[in-house]
Design a protein around this ligand. Structure first.
Ligand SMILES: O=P(O)(O)O[C@H]1O[C@H](CO)[C@@H](O)[C@H]1O
Ligand SMILES: [Mn+2]
Ligand SMILES: [Mn+2]
Length: 391
């Protein structure tokens, strides 16, 4: 039986809550995104604290609530991989057993050659790199030659950086489409930037070209039942637009939450699936602990404005897609548990325990919005009955 009219799922992109048992395989032993931020700097998250954030894990400065206002728990990943694409696929009910291809030694030279031939010009870079560092290194040469800067990371990504005033967005996006057609990586990403040597700046015109999820997602399952799916932030990119009725791309976390608040103020039905990517791309990869802390506090404040807007049949669930510990070595994601906090008038403040897969969130969301019968994917286990008790 359907239990909710509308559910907001907000993904705090990269907010891990401690290393997974297999973290060593990823070189991530001891990672803890939220825990380490709170150890490094004073952190106040009164709204999430009241929902039960401190009941999920020990976080300095955040106490366990004796009477939490929300349900709380965490989830392990069953997917082989720790990036945004596969993380979101698993959250949506499609864990991936086969890791997507990566280039740990840099992009294959044959791949670069083919790409150069396809776009009719040479490329710069090609290695495993941090986006801001490689632009600092090669930006001037790029401006001089017009050759795109290509690079990868520990993730399954082919990233193309180009200056907006040298190459132009249209051409950059076109190059990405060319790369997307031939590559089997999880994502091709356009990384436009502006500015001059010494003060390059990446812009919000980033665009991700993901593969479609290799299975039926909760978005597909909901759509099949006529239940609307609204995407905020980069959700539509991560699902290659599939299963989404309406998409609102955003320029920042605050913009994403402002849009979410605007949607919440209007009556509506279905799933509102929100991704707040700055935690990951602006702070996590840049190992900017202070920025990450400030962004968390800013989110918490806006969450405080969202909760009172929830109507009798509405709820919010907060989670993440992987970790990106800003105190950890390197600049990559970290293999971690993700938090689960759920609140709203119909929700019971209960422990949800440690879930075996992010996919439990998809199973629960579908169950809450249209009922269990519809779910036929490699679904997780629904905790909808624990969350909303029939009255
Ligand atoms: O260093 P930048 O360009 O931000 O790249 C980061 O962004 C990519 C996509 O999230 C990740 O794979 C990571 O490498
Ligand atoms: Mn992510
Ligand atoms: Mn990332």
């Amino acid at each position: 039986m359907k239990k909710l009219d509308r559910l907001f799922i907000i993904v705090l992109d990269s907010l891990g809550v401690g290393a997974l048992p297999d973290a060593e395989e990823y070189g991530d032993l001891g990672a803890n995104t939220l825990g380490h931020i709170a150890e490094a700097l004073p952190l106040k998250l009164p709204v999430m604290e009241s929902l039960g954030l401190g009941n999920i894990l020990d976080v300095r400065g955040i106490s366990p609530a004796s009477a939490p206002r929300g349900a709380w728990g965490k989830a392990a990943s069953r997917t082989k991989g720790k990036d945004s694409t596969v993380g979101h696929w698993e959250l949506a009910g499609v864990p991936v057993d086969q890791p997507l291809p990566t280039w740990p030694q840099g992009i294959d030279s044959a791949v670069i050659r083919d790409f150069e031939e396809a776009i009719g010009r040479k490329c710069l870079g090609g290695g495993v790199a941090s986006g801001t560092q490689i632009i600092a290194e090669l930006g001037a040469r790029h401006v001089e030659t017009g050759f795109p800067i290509v690079y990868t990371s520990a993730d399954s990504v082919f990233q193309i950086a180009a200056h907006e005033e040298v190459v132009g967005l249209e051409k950059l996006y076109h190059w990405c489409e060319i790369a997307r057609k031939t590559l089997s990586v999880g994502r091709v990403i356009a990384r436009p930037f502006i500015g001059q040597e010494g003060s390059w700046q990446r812009t919000a015109n980033r665009h991700d070209y993901a593969l479609p999820a290799p299975g039926k997602t909760m978005l597909d399952a909901l759509q099949e039942k006529g239940c609307p799916v609204v995407a905020v932030g980069k959700i539509a990119d991560l699902f290659a637009g599939r299963g989404i009725d309406e998409s609102w791309p955003t320029k920042s976390n605050d913009h994403g939450m402002d849009k979410t608040l605007e949607i919440a103020r209007q009556e509506g039905k279905g799933l509102v699936f929100v991704n707040l990517v700055d935690f990951d791309s602006v702070y996590g990869h840049r190992r900017d602990v202070r920025g990450y802390r400030d962004a968390l506090e800013s989110f918490d404040f806006r969450l405080g404005a969202l909760l009172p807007l929830l109507r009798n049949d509405e709820a919010v669930l907060i989670t993440a897609d992987h970790g990106c510990d800003p105190v950890f070595k390197g600049t990559d994601h970290t293999r971690e548990y993700v938090p689960i906090l759920a609140a709203g008038p119909p929700m019971s403040p209960v422990p949800l325990g440690c879930r075996n897969s992010f996919a439990d969130i998809a199973a629960s969301a579908v169950d809450l919005l249209v009922g269990p019968a519809v779910w036929s994917g490699p679904a997780g286990e629904s905790f909808a009955d624990t969350l909303v008790q029939e009255g």
